[in-house]
Structure formats: structure tokens, C-alpha cells
Design a protein around this ligand. Structure first.
Ligand code: CTP
Length: 471
């Protein structure tokens, strides 16, 4: 197969001029070539050469206008530059061998064929020649193109060797299957199942990076179900595995919370591409196993799972090396509040309850509503529709209250300073008490959310507490 017309790229032509003059074989290889066949854009291009990768990168950069800056990684024998928004990475063709307890390979010079052998999957081992003699020719020793058309993930060599060499590839196999909706070939999958323990030598950052890619795929449940089936999930994310299964007592069962969670994640993937909202969906019921109880006459309950789940998040984030910053706070908030709109939807939505929800959720109210809508996973279509209709009412109510009371990013209308000045008092706990009383009165709708009403209320409360206004 010749792809001369498909790979129309000015950098490739320059490389071709340079290497053909020196008679060095050079290829574009890996993800970029795979994505040509998948018709996906790819802005990371890998070039392998039988010559010196660093030297070729420098010569290519020099021949371009404007000439990009080359970054050289001498230890790895690689060099890269960015040109017109695309990254080009150059390396010599190589052979790798691994020791059992490290994923750092011993690298030595090899042929193109050695280089293709050491790659993870047949679909990632495709190469296109850039030499003038056969410019555009596809070199596909393992049937990668056929695997793309049959939607199959398969290792080029014995999968036990490929996965043992670099156990991150087990995560990558599942990530590609999830992203591309491909099937992992049986031998390859059973090798993953045999090698799960090898994941131990992989850093959590790299594992989570693959997890992010699974979460960001169109139907993330595909990836998580495979992680579970391969028994990789339990290794790095036991809290999520613990959601699995259900029990029956007195003929009463409860939902399998793992499958429910994945349905919620798939639902949210249809309405938002926000990675952290997808994480919130993944974690929203994480407290359920710890709170599960069967109560005679009531059935299965998970009382307080939102509180317990919220408390579990910092430890999970720390272990998974996720950022312990405002992203985590955002997820904690959504997990903590995820039942509140449901309560609003099932009971009569009072102004006061809506005000409190707006106050607590702040700017995250829209994401919270998306999460709650995604959380409706009943098989009963009628029930789902009723819930969704109720949520529409809740949204209307929230909008009305917000327009009237502007509580989204609430700032106290009376400051501590003003309370001290009004009653000529020094800092003391009573100031906090008055501020809380004002906030509660606003949230309960006793007074309006403005300075005038709050000032009058402050005088009233202060006087009741034995203070005398002096200003
Ligand atoms: N590769 C590999 N084993 C790995 C990582 C990468 O064999 N653990 C090879 C594959 O041939 C891959 C290429 O290196 O195609 C480039 O890897 P990378 O840039 O990480 O991924 P892509 O395959 O391009 O996919 P994506 O950009 O979606 O991560």
C-alpha cells in the first residue's frame, strides 16, 4: 500500500530530501500512522531513522522556515521540535530488552523490524517510509491495518512478553479499547489477566493518566468494565471495585452500585466533557459499601453515604496522585450535595430549600444538576421521565430564586467590622453569632438579601443579645 498522497506534510518532504541524499532509511511510525487509518487528527508525530535521530532532527529543523528550536534528550537519544502546532520526535531505530523488575529498558541500536517488534500493539507498529526510493510505502509486518478494520487490539509478539516488558501496556490496551470501541483479542486479554500483578512497577501517575483517557472516552464504562474483568481495577482502585455486587435478604435486593456508577458516568459523558465532573460521577456513590444496611421493614439503606463518600475522597486522591487542590474540593462538594436536588425534586421545592442549595453549591450548581440528572438510571422509562420532569421544575425554581435573591456567590451584606462599629464592641464570638443569624434569616426568606434588611435585622438581634447600637 502506498500512502504518498495521504501524508501530505512539508516536514516529511524535507526529511525525505535529507535522508535520501545520505541514504538513510527513515519512517514515520506509531500513533500518527494508526490515526491516518482511523481518520483522526494526531499532533504527535514519531520519526524513526536508521541514522542518528538527534542529528536528523537538527538538520530537518534547519531546513524549515522559520527554523524551530530543537530540544535534545541525550540520555534517551531523542530530539524533538514543534512546527506549525505539531510535535515531531526523532529517534534511532532500536531494540529493547527489559529486566523483570523495571520498566526502564536497556536500549541498543536495531533495525526497523526490531523497532516494530518492541511496540505495544499491531495497530501502533505501522510505519511509512520517507525515503525517495519508496516514499509513502506502508510497512505493516503484523497486519495492523487489518486489525484496525476488524477493530482489534493485539500485541505483535507473544503478549506475555509485551506486557511483562512494559506493564503499562495492559492499561493502554484497555484505554485504546475504550477510546476506539475496539475488542481486545482473547490471547492478549488472557495475558493481561495473567500479568496484573506486574502493574506494581508502574507509577500511579501513569496509571491515572490512562484512567483519565478512559474517563474521557465516549462510553467510559467500556474501559472500566474491562479493567474490572482483567482484575486490574482492584489493584489500584479497590474502593471502586468494592461497589460491585448485590445482596438479597427477604427477597429484597439492591442495585449493583458498580454498574449503576458506570451508567451514571456514561450518562454524564453524553452531557459534559469536563474530566472532573466525570470523576465526580465515578465517585458519587463511593461511600455506599461502608454505609450499606438492611433494616427490617425498610429494606436496604445507604444512609449518610454522601458524607462518608466525601470523607473518603482526600485519601483516594492522595493514593491515586490526583491533585489535592480546588479540583478535589469541587468533587467533594458535588459528592456531598448529590442528593439535595433529588430531595428538592421529590418533596415540594420550597424557596428556602432552593436558596440553601444555591448557597451551598455556588457556581457549581449547573454541574450538580447535570450529575443528578445523570444519576437517574432506572430501567423504568416512565420513572426516568417523571424524575427528569421534576428536575426541570427544580431548575426553574433555582432560576427564580437566583434572580430574586442572587445567592450563587453570596457575600454577607453586613461585615464583622460593621457589627463591631454599630455596637461599639471588640472582636468576640457574638459577632460570628450575629453574622450567622443574618445568613440564616436570608436563607429562610425571613429578610431580603440586601444591606438595608440585614442592617435592621442586625439591630434587632444585637438588641436581643443585650447590645446597644451606638452609631
Ligand atoms: N509505545 C509502546 N509502548 C508504550 C507506549 C508507547 O510501544 N508503553 C509505542 C507505540 O508504538 C505508540 C508510540 O510508542 O504508538 C507512541 O506512544 P504514545 O505517544 O504514548 O501514544 P500513541 O500511541 O500515539 O497514542 P496517544 O497519543 O493516544 O497516547
Amino acid at each position: 500500500m502506498n500512502l504518498k498522497d495521504t501524508i501530505n506534510n512539508s516536514v516529511f518532504s524535507k526529511i525525505s530530501d535529507i535522508i535520501s541524499g545520505q541514504n538513510i532509511d527513515t519512517y514515520v511510525i506509531g500513533g500518527f500512522v494508526r490515526d491516518v487509518f482511523l481518520q483522526r487528527a494526531n499532533k504527535d508525530i514519531d520519526i524513526v531513522t536508521t541514522g542518528d535521530g538527534i542529528e536528523l532532527a537538527k538538520q530537518t529543523a534547519q531546513s524549515l522556515h522559520p527554523s524551530p528550536k530543537v530540544s535534545v534528550f541525550k540520555n534517551f537519544g531523542t530530539a524533538m521540535f514543534k512546527y506549525k502546532g505539531v510535535e515531531y520526535e526523532f529517534v534511532g531505530t532500536r531494540k529493547e530488552s527489559y529486566s523483570y523488575d523495571s520498566r526502564k529498558p536497556m536500549v541498543s541500536k536495531g533495525t526497523l523490524s526490531d523497532d516494530q517488534n518492541r511496540r505495544d500493539f499491531t495497530i501502533n507498529a505501522l510505519a511509512i517510509s520517507l525515503h525517495k526510493n519508496n516514499y509513502g510505502e506502508l510497512i505493516d509486518p503484523f497486519g495492523g491495518v487489518e486489525d484496525i478494520s476488524r477493530k482489534i487490539i493485539r500485541t505483535p509478539l507473544d503478549p506475555d512478553i509485551t506486557f511483562s516488558d512494559d506493564p503499562l501496556r495492559m492499561m493502554r490496551a484497555i484505554r485504546f479499547a475504550s477510546q476506539l470501541n475496539f475488542t481486545i483479542q482473547d490471547d492478549t486479554f488472557t495475558a493481561i489477566q495473567r500479568n496484573t500483578k506486574r502493574l506494581d512497577i508502574i507509577s500511579m501517575e501513569r496509571i491515572i493518566d490512562e484512567c483519565h483517557k478512559i474517563l474521557l472516552s465516549d462510553v467510559p464504562s467500556r474501559g472500566f468494565l474491562l479493567l474490572d474483568k482483567a482484575e486490574l481495577l482492584v489493584q489500584f482502585f479497590p474502593e471502586l471495585s468494592a461497589l460491585k455486587g448485590f445482596e438479597i435478604i427477604n427477597n429484597q435486593g439492591h442495585k449493583d452500585n458498580f454498574h449503576h456508577t458506570l451508567e451514571v458516568v456514561d450518562n454524564i459523558a453524553q452531557t459534559s466533557s469536563n474530566l472532573w465532573l466525570r470523576w465526580a460521577a465515578l465517585l458519587h456513590d463511593i461511600g455506599k459499601p461502608k454505609t450499606k444496611k438492611y433494616i427490617e421493614g425498610q429494606g436496604w439503606t445507604f444512609h449518610g453515604h454522601e458524607f462518608v463518600g466525601t470523607k473518603m475522597i482526600p485519601r483516594i486522591f492522595k493514593r491515586l496522585r490526583l491533585p489535592l487542590n480546588e479540583k478535589m474540593k469541587y468533587i467533594e462538594k458535588l459528592v456531598l450535595l448529590h442528593l439535595r436536588p433529588i430531595i428538592l425534586a421529590t418533596e415540594e421545592a420550597t424557596d428556602s430549600a432552593a436558596r440553601r442549595l444555591l448557597f451551598d453549591a455556588g457556581d457549581d450548581i449547573d454541574d450538580l444538576m447535570l450529575l443528578c440528572e445523570a444519576d437517574i438510571t432506572s430501567k423504568n422509562h416512565q420513572k426516568v421521565q417523571t424524575y427528569l420532569n421534576n428536575f426541570t421544575l427544580v431548575r426553574t425554581k433555582l432560576q427564580e430564586v437566583e434572580e430574586k435573591d442572587a445567592l450563587r456567590n453570596w457575600q454577607p451584606p453586613i461585615s464583622g467590622e460593621e457589627i463591631m462599629k454599630t455596637f461599639s464592641i471588640k472582636p468576640s464570638p457574638i459577632i460570628g453569632e450575629i453574622k450567622t443569624a443574618i445568613r440564616e434569616a436570608i436563607l429562610d426568606g425571613i429578610i431580603q438579601n440586601n444591606h438595608e434588611s440585614a442592617y435592621a435585622y442586625m439591630i434587632k438581634i444585637g438588641t436581643e443579645k443585650g447590645l446597644t447600637p451606638t452609631h
